[in-house]
Design a protein around this ligand. Structure first.
Ligand code: GDP
Ligand code: IMO
Ligand code: MG
Length: 423
């Protein structure tokens, strides 16, 4: 078996990009399986910071092949910008970045529909990244979408025109004022397509299964987090793809029995960007400290992230749905300096104490019940081994391991590639 999965266990931004980059040297292929440019994966090394939206986080290593899988949705305009950033850093991607023909394309009008839908919802908006994700996946499941493989046909522009025409009619349906210049948007889109066409398009399920037969190793890179999963997340405040382990099978064409390790990434606390319930959210100084010390601003939209204590009820739920075999705890360094730390170990739900994630987790239904831990004051950011970590942090980790019954194999103590401790 040659495929390992790496995915976020909370509401995204757990640090997936950083860890994929750290692990890439151990794999032949890194493959993104879902989501699109709603993702923002941050990599920091050699004094440089890179934010990837669609391109897999293995791209900075010479050895690995990077595959954008069929489950991903690609915006050629954003993709072009990502490639141009690689050009600036003289990263040669032509031979090591392969795109699935079955990946769907985000059209400019998908973005407009996303904006119109959000505006029409008013206060009930999802808080989408406005990258057109929902409308693109709607066209995919509605069997109207445009795929990368269509770009190899002579009539792709006809397909584009038909779909765009339909979207313009749909825009009229929303009674909101969205300003746009379609000609300008189309020019950008066509330029993006031209750039995309310089890359190699593949039948990615064939490519990946052949690689497996040849004994090559694959790391599947997730986007978003389990609590944003279209089925298992906090619906409707979710994204439009399966962010959980099963999404890697459908998003890459890899059978479940090919998957070996499932790496689950979580922050030592919790963040969420966008709307929706968040039981352990803090509105006090502690939450402000996490946001400030953790620089909790969205890598894609720059919006401030909501912060709160670690929610073990939600974490266990995500571990179960994904079959996580190894945990990786991120941003432990951000918690240095708190006298007391809290971990939510159960909920008060309709007068009863429960330890599972119920259907309704809105604040009016749920009160978190916390277990308290002594904090630590040591700066972790230059620590390189588990032995150096403060006793109280090790106790915090042991408690998580005991509760989840999964070992914490990596402790991340800073954003840089090097600030990573293996256990
Ligand atoms: P992703 O979407 O899961 O790849 O995560 P993001 O890149 O959106 O957000 C994670 C943020 O935390 C980025 O700014 C990272 O540089 C940063 N980061 C990752 N790991 C650590 C860590 O252990 N400590 C600190 N302080 N920052 C981290
Ligand atoms: P990465 O891969 C955090 C959130 C949005 C919104 C909801 C739906 O960087 O962890 P969408 O644009 O998908 O329709 O938005 O999902 N969201 C993310 N939050 N990290 C992400 O990706 C996210 N991608 C989408 O904020 O609440
Ligand atoms: Mg992110």
């Amino acid at each position: 078996m040659a495929v390992d999965l790496l995915l976020g266990l909370q509401w995204g931004d757990e640090g997936k990009g950083k860890i994929v980059d750290v692990l890439t040297k151990e794999y032949d292929i890194i493959a993104r399986f879902q989501g699109g440019p709603n993702a923002g994966h941050t990599l920091i090394f050699d004094g440089n910071k890179h934010v990837l939206h669609t391109i897999p986080s293995g791209i900075f290593h010479k050895t690995a092949t990077n595959v954008v899988g069929n489950g991903v949705v690609i915006d050629p305009v954003i993709f072009k910008k990502e490639l141009e950033n690689l050009d600036v850093h003289q990263i040669n991607y032509t031979s090591k970045l392969l795109i699935s023909r079955k990946a769907h394309l985000i059209l400019p009008t998908h973005r407009l529909l996303d904006a119109a839908s959000e505006t029409s919802k008013g206060k009930a908006k999802i808080g989408s990244t406005l990258k057109g994700i929902g409308p693109t996946y709607m066209d995919k499941t509605g069997r109207n979408g445009m795929r990368v493989g269509d770009l190899e046909l002579d009539n792709w522009k006809e397909k584009y025109d038909i779909l765009t025409e339909k979207h313009l009619k749909m825009l009229d349906f929303f009674d909101v004022d969205i300003q746009f210049d379609l000609k300008e948007l189309e020019a950008e889109f066509v330029a993006g397509i031209e750039k995309l066409k310089t890359l190699t398009f593949i039948d990615s399920e064939e490519f990946l299964n052949t690689a497996i037969k040849e004994g090559k190793t694959i790391l599947a890179e997730g986007a978003q987090g389990s609590l944003l999963d279209i089925d298992f997340g906090t619906y409707p405040f979710v994204t439009s793809s399966n962010t959980t382990a099963a999404g890697a099978c459908t998003g890459l064409g890899i059978a479940p029995n090919r998957i070996k390790e499932v790496f689950g990434i979580f922050k030592a606390y919790t963040t969420r960007v966008g709307s929706g319930p968040f039981p352990t959210e803090l509105f006090d100084k502690d939450g402000e400290t996490m946001a400030k010390v953790g620089h909790e601003f969205g890598a894609t939209t720059g919006r401030p992230r909501r912060c709160g204590w670690l929610d073990l009820v939600a974490l266990k739920y995500a571990i179960q749905v994904n079959g996580v075999t190894q945990l990786m705890m991120m941003k432990g360094d951000v918690l240095s300096g708190f006298d007391t730390l809290k971990v939510c170990t159960s909920y008060k739900y309709k007068g009863e104490e429960i330890s599972h994630l119920p259907y309704n987790i809105e604040p009016e239904n749920i009160t978190p019940i916390y277990t308290e831990f002594k904090g630590w004051s040591n700066d972790l950011t230059s620590m390189t081994s588990s032995e150096e970590l403060p006793k109280n942090l090790l106790e915090y980790i042991s408690f998580i391991e005991k509760e989840t019954e999964v070992p914490v194999k990596i402790v991340s103590v800073g954003p840089d590639r090097k600030q990573t401790i293996n256990r």
